[in-house]
Structure formats: structure tokens, C-alpha cells
Design a protein around this ligand. Sequence first.
Ligand code: SF4
Length: 410
Amino acid sequence: MKATRMQEQAQAERQCHDAHLQQVDFDLSPFTIAWEVTRACALVCRHCRAEAQPQRDPRELTTEEGFALLDDIKDFGNPILIFTGGDPLMRRDLFDLIAYASQEKGLRTSLTPTATALVTRKRLQQAKEAGIRRVAISLDGPTAEVHDAFRGFSGSFARTLRILAHLNEVGLSLQINTTVCRYNLAVLEQMPEIVARFGAVQWSVFFLVPTGRGKLEDLISPEEHERVLNWLYDLSQEAPFDIKATACPHYRRVVIQRERARRRVEEREDEPSPVLLAGAGFQYADGLHRPVKGVNDGRGFCFVSHLGEVCPSGFLPLAAGNVREQSIVSIYRDSRLFRELRDPSLLKGKCGRCEFREVCGGSRARAYAVTGDYLESDPYCLYLPPSPHPYPPRKDAPKGTEPKLDRKLR
Ligand code: SF4
């Protein structure tokens, strides 16, 4: 697969992102913030975490509240801001918000529109002029049959391909998002050709979290997770686009293990040279006692709902506060929920004693969705940390002092 000029530019941008990731202190600032500007959407996707509705909620943050939120976000420094939904294009003030974030505040912004008739070439051009740096489009299968069944809308596949072509014409950096579940597992290997054909700079592979309309029975098994993650690692060796595993931080563990194994063979040593790795959302220096970093729910990432509630991610729908009452900065830095999620020593079970817990830590969203406890192990990781474990097991908190959740999202 040959890299396009856009993909080559993206590599330079990634180096810039990697440098930023290294500098940012996750206790003080998220690396990425997703703002669900509306929950309204014309589609009824099978796995929608937001359970999107056809109409806008009258309680959504207003334009003025949105500007105030963007002012507060700038206080973090320079995080990446994703305008998401629902379908963000259902908001008439979207381009004003983007322009304020990008041009007035200097934030790096991206957009995740739904593939509907609202996404015209003209609107994509407007988004670019307002300051959007990247657009992410969902494509959940390589054929109309698979994708349309997912999206609950016949013709969605054809429309999505038209939007991808428009993005190429407008010259916007493109990311393709695919949610892996049992409905598309068998055809996943056909996806990279499409991702490459449209010159996407990143393929973001989402692993289903059973929240919203996502169902537990639709998840692939832990063994299938492992198989897909290893396949992604192999693909990353030759693909002209970056690969990101979303809601599956144990992809980082697989990358590190595979790199170690490769070096062991190449160097013919039992103790291969240290692995220095940087990927989408993580950095790892194996054996050099350098700090490792991995973005996870509430740790380098946060999510603002259409009502202003601040959550660790869109897949972990627990609100630690509301931007209508409190600054997002203090919610992210000081709330108990976020502080706990940033402390790997609080992780339970095998994630708590895993040597990869700093760079991985398991999907906190999936742990919560499946077990009801956001500090439990990720039940869909196959890895068993060696015993004796390198970290002391966490002592259970005395009765009555267990973490109290602020509240569930409405
Ligand atoms: S056991 Fe937990 S921390 Fe370790 S690799 Fe698996 S998910 Fe990550």
C-alpha cells in the first residue's frame, strides 16, 4: 500500500502530537476532549453509545454556554477537541463554535459528522474554513449489506463513500472509524483496502462497549479481541495509515509484546534492547525506567455531554460534574471519579497487578459496563500477568469508604 501526500503530511503531524503527548501532564490536562454538541441524529445505529434521538434536546448547552466552555478548555493548554454527537451538523451554530475554538482559541479541532444528506461538499469546505483539521467518518463494513445493517439505514454505505470522496476533493485530513463486533468480524480484513483507497491518515478501530444501544451479546470474545489486535499489529507494519484501537488499550500491550518478540529474534538475545514506542495515545519506553503514558477514560481523555455533564469518556457515562455549575478544569483535575481513574494503583484484579497497567490499564468503560465497577479488570483482555506480580495487590478500602459515584447520566 502506497502512502498519499496527505498521509505523509499526517506523519509529520503525528510527530507533533507525539511531542505534545510527552509534554502533557494527565493530572493537569487531558490530551483529547470530545464534546457531544448535540445528541440529535437522523440515523439509528445498532451500537450507538449515545442512543441518539431524532430531535435536539432543548436542554443542550446554548451557543453562549458553548463559547464559555471553549474558554475553559483553553485553560488546559492545547488539547485536541473533537466536535461529536449525535450528529454535530444538526446544530446550526456548529461553524461558529468551530471557528471560535480554532481561530480565537487556537485549539486543534476535529469533527465526526454522521453520514447523512447534511454532509455536503459545501459544508465540508465551510468546516475546513472554520478551522477543522480532521474529519472522522464511520464505516463499519466493506459492503452495503454489512454497513447498512449496522446503521439501520439503506443507502448509508453509498452515501458514506460519496462523503469520503468529497473529503478528498476538499483536501481535509480523513480518519475512518470502524466499530468491531460480531456482525463485521468476518469481513474486517477487507477494510484496510478501502481505508487506504480514500487516503485516510488514521484507521480508528473501536471495540464495542456494551453501553447505550451496544449489547453485550454483540461483543467479540476475548480470544477474538486478541486475534484482531495481533492482526492490527501486523497490518501496522505495512499500512500507509496510522492504526488506533479505541476502547481497547490492551492493543498497546500486544504492540509491546510483539515488538519485544521481534527484537528477540532479530538480536538473538534473551534480553532484547529496550522498546521505545509511540502510538496513537500512548508512549512507552521498555526497560529504560522512563515514565510511560497511555490515554484512557478519565486519564488524558474526557467527554462533555450535550447537557454539559463531564464524563471520563463517551463510553463511561458517569458524570463527575456539569460545566454549567463548575469549570471543566476543576472537574477533570479534582473530582474523585477522575482522580481514581488516573491512579493505576487502584485498579483491581489482574489489571491491578499487571506490568502494563500504566500504559494500558484496560478499558475502564468496558470494565464498568460489564461489571458495574470502573476499577475492575477489563474482562475482554486475555492476558494473564505473571505471578508473582510486580505490583502489590490493592488493599480493599475499609467498609463504607468505597468510591461513591457522582451519578449516572440522564
Ligand atoms: S491485564 Fe489489564 S492492564 Fe494488563 S494488558 Fe490486560 S487489560 Fe491491560
